[in-house]
Design a protein around this ligand. Structure first.
Ligand SMILES: C[S@@+](CC[C@H](N)C(=O)[O-])C[C@H]1O[C@@H](n2cnc3c(N)ncnc32)[C@H](O)[C@@H]1O
Length: 286
């Protein structure tokens, strides 16, 4: 299964990042409303992540690729006023939502930055990164950068989607059959940390110790097939929509039918789809 967000013709990290900003600036409001702030489906992981990270009152915490601030908010409720949080993201729109969502608290600093190149002077007790590591083309660089600002004995906590996420694969597996050049050579495979082993290897190669991982399988219902299909196209994948628009009406119908077949095993008698959603939460120490 391949979850690819970007449909570029040739992979260029700089262009990829520019597009990351454009896309996240566009999807951030809907992402926040329909996903991140709901605590539903994969976002049941937010609580798991902060619990496994062992965050305590008064801690200094860094939230990498904080998006619209849902992890930051949970962290904030634990560290209290004596703690301090630095949260950064590459998307300015996501950050503006994150600031509002966190009611402009004085002990939270929001910064627009790239995880691979951000330069921070603070030292943190805990670093979190939810559903973002796979977006970084040079994820090892981002992890090494994080390690530099983690106190000795401090905790890194990362969550990623596991391989078993049919919400994505039912559509993307079908798309790959109709648009084989959808993935440009060298583009980050968003599925690359979908097993505990792959995630652990990346974190170990970045110099972390005491690496542990847990797999959770949450449930998520996107409604009936038409809701799933329409909503997916509407707010998850604009680049995918652009490619689909180039297909003939006949091919589009065939593609829709194939997705419907892929989804059938998750469709209940009342026509509602219920997907399993595998999430891996890893913790490690410096
Ligand atoms: C799926 S969202 C996760 C946001 C947040 N952690 C959450 O759990 O809701 C992925 C985020 O990664 C950010 N992102 C992608 N590439 C990045 C990079 N190189 N540096 C910093 N943030 C990045 C995007 O802007 C987006 O907000």
């Amino acid at each position: 299964m391949k979850k690819i967000l970007f449909a570029l013709t040739k992979f260029e990290p700089k262009e990829y990042k520019k597009r990351t900003i454009i896309i996240w600036n566009e999807v951030a409001p809907r992402y926040h409303k329909r996903w991140a702030s709901t605590n539903a489906g994969p976002f049941q992981s937010t609580q798991k992540l902060v619990t496994l990270a062992g965050i305590k009152k008064g801690d200094q915490v860094l939230d990498i690729a904080c998006g619209t601030g849902v992890v930051t908010k949970k962290i904030s409720s634990i560290v209290g006023n004596s703690g301090k949080i630095v949260s950064f993201d590459i998307s300015n729109k996501a950050l503006s939502i994150a600031k509002k969502f966190n009611s402009a608290k004085k002990n939270i600093e929001f910064i627009q930055a790239d995880a691979e190149t951000v330069f921070l002077k603070n030292q943190f007790d805990v670093i979190t990164c939810q559903y973002a590591l796979f977006f970084f083309p040079n994820s090892k660089k981002a992890l090494c950068n994080a390690k530099r600002v983690l106190k000795k004995g401090g905790i890194l906590a990362v969550s990623v989607h596991g391989h078993n996420t049919p919400f994505f694969s039912c559509i993307i597996d079908a798309v790959m059959k109709f648009i084989p050049d959808y993935v440009p050579p060298g583009a980050p495979n968003l599925d690359r940390f979908g097993s505990q082993k792959a995630l652990k290897v990346e974190v170990k190669n970045s110099g972390f110790l005491n690496i542990k991982a847990k797999t959770f399988v949450f449930k998520y219902s996107p409604g009936k097939f038409s809701e799933y299909w329409n909503n997916y196209l509407k707010y998850v994948a604009k680049p995918l929509k652009e490619k689909l628009d180039k297909l003939s009406a006949k091919k589009r119908d065939e593609l829709r039918e194939l997705v419907k077949q892929n989804v059938s095993r998750y469709t209940k008698k009342n026509q509602k789809i219920v997907f399993p959603w595998e999430v891996i939460v890893l913790t490690a120490k410096k």
